[in-house]
Design a protein around this ligand. Sequence first.
Ligand code: ADP
Length: 262
Amino acid sequence: MFRSKRSETAPHPEALRLMDVTKVHGQGENAVTALDGVSLSLPAGSFTAVMGPSGSGKSTLLQCAAGLDHPDSGQILVDGAEMTGGSEAKLTKFRRTRIGFVFQQYNLLPTLSVEQNTTLPLKLAGRSIDRRAARAVLGDVGLGDRLGHMPDELSGGQRQRVAIARALVTRPSVIFADEPTGALDLRSARDVLRLLQEAVRLHGRTVVMVTHDPVAASYADSVVFLADGRLAGSMLHPTVDAVAERLAHLGDVSAHHVPMGV
Ligand code: ADP
């Protein structure tokens, strides 16, 4: 799976490091401290879920760690290289070479085919497009027979698998996934989570996934919990029950299975 001819230098043993990262949204009376001195170290080849109550800073953490937003202070290192502090152009280049994304709403371009969506990050990064490698990655995610299809001809689960292929094709150091199963039925969600697991276990990628769902989190190797913009503990080898229990203590109503509409 996800094979490639590209020879790679050995990754840095630490895929992601956050050092005292702080982020404030808004100004004056409306200022909200979304991240309050977060420090974190994730080894290469790990699969980490980020969980916490709504408003605890999960999205802000992901956006900052992925270089899509700027922290107000602190440092972020990806694959041993400092990401913070450079120009916007440098940051964009950094992102395109070292980081992959998977979003809840897939973010595919509707006018591009499955294959074109998958190779787009290579094009944007000015890299040569190895169509055989791209097709191999699409085969690996089970879409080898859908290369010419357009996104609106695919199910949600298939679209998310294209997004995973797109995230893998550049062979990034870290793949950030923001609620990747949030819009999917159970079976498609399971397929997506297994693909993320395989990216880590078979191919040594590092995955960081924000999720509300204890079932999704149980596919990860570990979970880090956030509360009020601060780290509030971690869990190795998470199980669904243990994660739900911990979330309940962090005050997340979603962990109590509140009925729809209440
Ligand atoms: P989570 O993903 O855990 O729900 P967020 O990172 O989205 O948390 O938000 C953390 C805090 O920052 C919340 O109080 C939220 O209201 C606030 N926040 C997030 N984005 C913005 C923004 N663009 N402007 C103002 N406040 C924001």
